[in-house]
Design a binder for this molecule. Structure first.
Ligand SMILES: [Zn+2]
Length: 251
């Protein structure tokens, strides 16, 4: 990784590469199903908790950066991020969708879950883009954290699609496809904030508000039922601590 961080790559190309890297990892989530490993429901809860913790770690580090640049704009940005997640749920009709209803028979359910994953990934693209405007190494460490977190999210999506008859390779492709707008939003955010640096605290706040709202409203609620409160809290906090510890070491 070292040579990529210091090379003379065009910055936009760097954003494109690292956000694509993050999106591709979602496909690895289909591996357990491809290997015919039956996952217990509890494992899906822990997968959710791990993904949540990694997102919270990214949100924490973005927040720490944002506090340096003006709290007011960051706070308003966070409220806008939170409202935006809520609004996209309302607009897509996925407000109270249970994202881990493995045996849901409604034919619309599979498409709704892919849609929710697609919208979810868009906000993470904003987080990657804004982190890369702060500094390329910081952005890369955030992209790596979100790449890792795409694996358990892809695993849950593959499990739901698999139980609906989708083959593992197709589920992997769908999981990556659902994350492709992560790439688009990362590049757009990087271009816009790079051109108008005054937007940085707003964009940081927006990403933090959106990430936290996604964790609290989408990922965690179902996981408590799958694996129990204590183990979910432990896994989420360990994953969060890992990102914060590694992010704190990065320049
Ligand atoms: Zn996520």
């Amino acid at each position: 990784m070292g040579q990529l961080t210091t090379g003379a790559l065009d910055p936009t190309l760097t954003v494109l590469l690292w956000s694509s890297f993050a999106a591709l990892w979602a496909g690895l989530g289909a591996l357990p199903r491809a290997a015919k490993v039956g996952l217990p429901v509890r494992a899906l809860g822990w997968a959710n908790a791990g993904a949540s913790g990694l997102m919270l770690g990214v949100a924490y580090l973005l927040l720490a950066e944002g506090l340096r640049d003006g709290m007011g704009a960051g706070a308003v940005g966070a409220l806008l991020g939170l409202a935006s997640v809520h609004l996209t749920h309302l607009l897509t009709g996925t407000d109270d969708l249970d994202l881990n209803a493995l045996d849901e028979v409604d034919s619309a359910y599979g498409y709704q879950v892919v849609l929710v994953n697609t919208v979810h990934a868009a906000y993470e693209g904003i987080a990657i883009g804004v982190a890369l405007t702060i500094s390329i190494p910081f952005g890369i460490s955030m992209a790596v954290a979100l790449a890792l977190h795409n694996v358990p999210e892809g695993m849950i999506l593959s499990e739901i699609l698999g139980r609906r008859g989708v083959r593992p390779f197709h589920a992997a492709s769908l999981a990556v496809a659902a994350n492709l707008n992560q790439v688009l939003l990362a590049v757009v955010t990087f271009a816009v904030v790079g051109a108008a640096p005054a937007l940085l605290p707003w964009a940081l706040g927006f990403a933090v508000g959106a990430l936290v709202q996604l964790v609290l409203a989408e990922l965690l609620p179902e996981s408590y039922r799958q694996a129990g409160h204590t183990s979910i809290a432990v896994v989420a906090l360990l994953a969060m601590g890992l990102v914060v510890a590694l992010g704190g070491v990065a320049p």
